[in-house]
Design a protein around this ligand. Structure first.
Ligand code: HEC
Length: 409
């Protein structure tokens, strides 16, 4: 029984190639209404029929549900008989349905090799349930550091009856339905595993993070000190710091002066930079984000912070303290505990909103609907289709030590 289930879940190599075509188009051509030809990669199936094949309504055009469970049944309303391989092939290449009636011109006609077509059809005929999900259970994976908190949290949740009749349990990330408090760069983006973590570490399109990333922090700083004459950037070369640097506009003109801004992004060598400024007798205002080394007091330094203690409400603080005590969580990892607990609250909220009809796609859609969701422990969380960072801004702590919340979007 278990073996049969595993077989059912893993995609064959042909189905995987078909999935790539479905999501990204691959080496195929799409013929649009009016006979214009474009690469299929600019109009992949998923852009209209959705990652879960249920159809993404755009304006008045509603691309139909093309899950095999729907196509393999006759549709009495349209009407059309059930699809088989040959009918599916004709729909894709000639734009006619299983009755031979022409489909709307919105649906492109595709040209691809016979092998590619058979891969795509193999994938379309496969309605695999999401791995790690059954009617009674949800498997989640997490990191070693976050594990004690996640285990304790889901223990409480299961004792209270689970969510829509499903209990949660921990699993390896390869078998999990979703990742919580962790991300895994080894995940195939096409598996669309929802991953919710405190900080953005992985760039898969289905990874969500609660706290401001380096780019959001840099933008918060830049919005606070806009009028400067020159803008300089020092970064640590990491992808996150490079992205943050790209969001700023450096300006460099002489003479250099005290109103200049110098951004420090990521884990740069603060001491070496300060020593150099000293030698050059140049005192720009320093704006730091993500620096790990301590910044010296008494200079004109402002720094960005994804969170400050004021984000924590008294009731959430009490809730977390009670939870930690009840489960005897070690006090040493208080920051990880807090961030993981907040992440779990977001995860559970999205699970509840996705409801009984849970799939990876309905969970992702539920996360994308969160708007100013209060965790009580972090800034409010808002995601949408193009936004995977929950915090809408960052704190800017000025040289006088006062923190201001700066909204970035
Ligand atoms: C630009 C949007 C768009 C893209 C891209 C697209 N489709 Fe469609 N598709 C539609 C629309 C709209 C219809 C409904 C046409 C109608 O009802 O007349 C449709 C209909 C279909 C149907 C017929 C369903 C039925 O019930 O008869 C199938 C099968 C289908 N599409 C498969 C695909 C596949 C496979 C791809 C990628 C190779 C794809 N579509 C790409 C918009 C799109």
């Amino acid at each position: 029984m278990i073996a049969a289930l595993v077989l059912l879940v893993a995609l064959t190599p042909a189905e995987k190639r078909g999935r790539e075509l479905y999501f990204n188009g691959g080496p195929a051509t799409a013929v649009l209404a009016g006979a214009a030809e474009v690469p299929a990669s600019s109009v992949p199936c998923a852009s209209c029929h959705g990652p879960d094949r249920r159809g993404v309504a755009e304006g008045i055009v509603v691309p139909p549900d093309i899950r095999w469970s729907a196509l393999s049944q006759p549709d009495l309303e349209k009407p059309r008989p059930r699809y088989d391989d040959a009918a599916l092939l004709r729909a894709i290449t000639q734009g006619v349905n299983s009755r031979g009636d022409p489909l709307s011109p919105v649906m492109p006609r595709y040209r691809m090799s016979a092998d590619a077509l058979s891969d795509l059809i193999a994938f379309l005929k496969r309605d695999a349930p999401d791995p790690g999900l059954t009617d009674t259970s949800i498997a989640v994976a997490t990191s070693t550091l976050a594990r004690p908190v996640v285990a304790a949290f889901i223990d409480d949740l299961n004792k209270a009856g689970g969510i829509y009749g499903r209990t949660l349990h921990l699993a390896d990330s390869k078998e999990a339905f979703a990742l919580v408090g962790a991300s895994d760069p080894a995940l195939d983006p096409l598996d669309r595993v929802p991953a919710i973590a405190p900080f953005a570490t992985s760039a898969t399109p289905t990874s969500f993070a609660l706290y401001a990333d380096l780019t959001t922090q840099a933008l918060a700083l830049s919005r606070s000190y806009e009028a400067a004459r020159n803008v300089f950037i020092e970064h640590d070369g990491s992808p996150a710091a490079l992205a943050a640097a790209a969001s700023l506009t450096p300006r460099d003109s002489f003479p250099r002066g005290d109103e200049d801004l110098l951004f420090l992004l990521g884990d740069v060598d603060v001491d070496a930079i300060l020593a150099r400024l000293e030698r050059e007798h140049w005192r720009p205002r320093i704006l730091a984000a993500g620096t790990r080394r301590p910044l010296p007091p008494g200079r004109r330094i402002a720094r960005a912070a994804p969170t400050i203690p004021a984000d924590i409400t008294p009731s959430a603080h009490l809730e977390l303290a009670t939870f930690a005590e009840r489960h005897r969580l070690p006090p040493a990892h208080a920051a990880t505990q807090l961030a993981t607990y907040a992440t779990l609250k977001v995860f559970v909220e999205a699970l509840k909103r996705a409801g009984r009809d849970l799939t990876r796609e309905t969970l992702i859609a539920a996360l994308e609907q969160l708007y100013d969701f209060p965790t009580g422990l972090t800034p409010p969380i808002t995601f949408h289709r193009a936004r995977r960072i929950g915090a809408a801004g960052a704190w800017v702590v000025g040289e006088e030590g006062k923190a201001r919340w700066v909204r970035v979007r």
